[in-house]
Design a protein around this ligand. Structure first.
Ligand code: SF4
Length: 468
């Protein structure tokens, strides 16, 4: 997905920018970048590859060169950013959290009107540069950003560092978030509100879908009102978000806890304890334990110092290796126990297969699994949650193909909780991984835990409900 941070201050911004951007590191692992603006020195920009190293390690030494009171930074899961360009709107730097499905078509259109692309280092068109070019087609920034909203298929939130402040523009459906923080003499805009507290910012506002806000050191200016409709990604709460973060005023840890609590209250399985698969399963397991009235135990721990997220490596072998190496079982807590594990989701099942086997190897008597969301039936066309090119990477679709002979058949039936098709699919997953029992959360409980109306939340990967 990716995450960004921008800040504008009455004093030098580099330290806040550096740490604020770093606090988005859980959202991406490909490229990191920062740009600052200073009236005398203009724009300073730097981009590093993060595939084998961390943002802080890469940027720390060059921090003194980032002069100025305003800057933007990005942890990108896709292209190299920020892009800095000069245009009839003035010079500006831009970072995006975006997934653009019609990039080829847009590229063709732009070339046809004599525009050109210069960032071709990865062999593909840089989608942030494409967004910048779409913006420059407008007579002003608002018209340019609306051009992006109207023409891209997918999603795009962005920060623009201009010669007059930072412009924060959230995706028109609000699939990805932007939150604004404030402290004395400075404003910040970021994907994750967890970037704010340690830098002294308080949450000032959650930017609405399609809303455009200009930040100056001492004021916010609304340049475009938010749209009525919203489809904020429900997976932010289930998986992506850092526990301390909030979107639309709803805290990630609270939502995870509520998901688990509600499941625990209704669950009649007999287990000795609940345990969370780190990181995103922990909040849910704490809630489950409390809802069910069983102790929370840490029977599996994540080796946190070095392992990043597991689905990021493009190649399946490497993904499996990372999945296996980062979680370490604790024999002392497993032996002879009936353990219930909570996890955020089951995508391909690679990780689950390895985890369950090792739990039995280390003495667990029974291994039960509870999942925070419903089964993932549809690929994500909006934020690139599943990096897969084919829906068949989803374990659900592979099973549907086995049962129906066609992975696209009767999807609505498999997406309906407790339908015969749903039950069959879940029992096959449980059997295949040797689970004593497996239950997925219902969509209703997930929505209840998030606390927003269903119509405001994207649940497409569970029920195929969004049109695109
Ligand atoms: S399809 Fe799923 S992962 Fe993608 S934006 Fe919607 S809820 Fe989020």
């Amino acid at each position: 997905m990716g995450g960004f941070f921008g800040t504008i201050s009455k004093s030098a911004c580099a330290t806040d920018l550096f740490y604020g951007t770093d606090y988005n590191s859980h959202l991406g692992t490909r490229r990191g970048g920062m740009a600052t603006y200073d009236k005398e020195n203009g724009f300073t920009r730097s981009i590093h590859n993060l595939e084998s190293s961390y943002f802080r390690t890469k940027f720390e030494a060059s921090l003194p060169k980032f002069v100025g009171n305003a800057g933007i930074g990005i942890i990108s899961d896709t292209d190299a950013q920020p892009i800095v360009i000069n245009s009839h709107l003035g010079k500006f730097a831009i970072v995006t959290v975006a997934k653009i499905n019609n990039i080829d078509e847009l590229e063709k259109d732009l070339l046809a009107v004599n525009m050109h692309f210069s960032e071709l280092s990865s062999g593909k068109t840089n989608q942030t540069e494409l967004v910048a070019l779409l913006i420059t087609q407008g007579k002003d920034f608002v018209e340019g950003i609306e051009n992006v909203y109207n023409r891209i298929k997918g999603s795009c939130s962005m920060l623009l560092l201009t010669e007059d402040g930072i412009i924060a523009a959230r995706d028109k459906w609000g699939r990805t978030p932007i939150v604004i923080g404030k402290k004395d003499g400075a404003y910040a805009a970021t994907s994750e509100s967890s970037s704010l507290p340690n830098l002294g910012y308080e949450i000032e506002k959650f930017v609405g879908p399609g809303e455009i806000i200009r930040l100056r050191a001492d004021e916010l200016e609304q340049m475009r009102k938010p749209n009525e409709g919203m489809q904020v990604c429900s997976f932010l709460w289930v998986y992506y978000g850092f526990p301390v973060s909030s979107y639309e005023g709803k805290n990630v840890e609270e939502v995870r806890f509520a998901c688990g609590y509600k499941m625990g209250q209704k669950d009649h399985s007999e287990v000795d304890c609940a345990c969370g698969i780190p990181d995103s399963g922990v909040g849910m397991a704490l809630g489950y334990a409390e809802g069910k009235g069983v102790p929370y135990h840490r029977a599996i721990a994540k080796y946190t110092p070095t392992w990043p997220r597991s689905f990021t490596p493009a190649n399946q072998e490497l993904r499996s290796l990372v999945a296996k190496m980062k979680l370490i079982p604790n024999r002392s807590m497993l032996e002879g126990k009936r353990i219930l594990f909570c996890d955020d989701s089951i995508v391909r099942g690679t990780q689950l297969r390895d985890n369950v086997k090792i739990l039995y190897d280390y003495g667990a008597k029974e291994v039960h699994m509870r999942i925070a969301c419903p089964p993932l039936i549809y690929g994500c066309p909006f934020i690139g949650f599943t990096s897969s090119k084919s829906d068949l990477e989803l374990i659900t679709r592979r099973i549907i193909k086995e049962l129906e002979g066609d992975e696209n058949k009767n999807l609505d039936k498999y997406a309906t909780t407790d339908s015969p098709e749903y039950k069959k699919m879940v029992s096959i997953i449980a059997e295949r991984f040797g689970l004593s029992s497996l239950k997925f959360n219902t969509l209703e409980t997930l929505i209840e835990a998030i606390g927003l109306p269903k119509c405001k939340v994207c649940t497409h990967c569970f029920d195929g409900s969004s049109h695109f």
